[in-house]
Design a protein around this ligand. Structure first.
Ligand code: ZN
Length: 249
């Protein structure tokens, strides 16, 4: 937004504030600053590359004050960096979880872009420069296929039907369901073990009958999906890892 306002000439671009570095529990933390004319207080977030934090300064708050704020928040910073695992770009030689199995990403020359699974590996052919995008596109297709299959299964079992199903990259939810029968899911569910994807499908499809999380809703979910609580525990424990692959932050 600030960049947009700057373009319009509504906000004057101020001279940039020099970044700093802190050591928290022996770990180097980069601190960068940016000023925002409309900020009302100091706001801190993790930087996109997760090497540290970015602090937004309201007008009339100086760099030193902002740096003090970062020092006082060192516990928050270190906790956030620990809770959210580091972003994992998808590159040849790195590993990715697919349907709950860890596989090494391999690149196979410049043959036209097919993707195959072999024992312990996922082999991505085609131009190396497009490996991540090609792998994600493929994972989305695989995710959709698994999710259509699971959703159709539970819809039939629960005696409901849906109109449309889409696969997206939502950070906040694994799935959602509208009252007019539109299901949407995170493609990242294909990374989790199949019982997790199954549970999320059972959960969303059950909302076609109960648009709440009341007793009737849970009775329906549990009567069709015996692994619900195991799946919920898995997501709580590993959900952030799924979001770390090719993270958009
Ligand atoms: Zn729900």
């Amino acid at each position: 937004m600030s960049r947009f306002l700057e373009t319009l000439g509504l906000v004057k671009r101020r001279k940039s504030l020099e970044p700093a570095q802190l050591a928290i529990e022996g770990r180097p933390i980069a601190v960068s600053f940016r000023r925002h004319a409309k900020a009302r207080r100091l706001i801190m977030r993790l930087s996109r590359d997760r090497s540290g934090v970015v602090i937004t300064l309201p007008p009339r708050v100086g760099r030193n004050e902002a740096l003090e704020f970062a020092k006082k928040s060192s516990r928050w910073i270190i906790e956030r960096l620990t809770v959210e695992p580091a972003a994992r770009p998808l590159r040849a030689g790195t590993e990715i979880l697919i349907r709950g199995e860890l596989r090494q990403i391999r690149h196979a020359g410049s043959r036209r872009g097919t993707i195959t699974l072999s024992e312990n590996a996922v082999i991505v052919a085609g131009d190396l420069a497009h490996l991540q995008r090609r792998l994600i596109d493929w994972l989305k297709v695989e995710a959709k296929r698994d999710l259509v299959k699971a959703s159709e299964f539970y819809a039939q079992a629960m005696g409901v039907s849906f109109h449309r199903l889409s696969v997206r990259d939502q950070k906040s939810r694994w799935g959602s369901c509208t009252s007019d029968g539109i299901l949407s899911y995170s493609w990242r569910l294909v990374l989790a073990p199949p019982f997790v994807l199954d549970y999320v499908a059972a959960h969303e499809v059950a909302h076609l009958r109960h648009m709440n999380h009341g007793r009737g809703f849970w009775r329906l979910v549990l009567s069709h999906c015996s692994e619900a609580s195991r799946a919920k525990t898995w997501l709580k424990k590993h959900g952030a890892e799924l979001h770390a692959y090719a993270a958009i932050r």
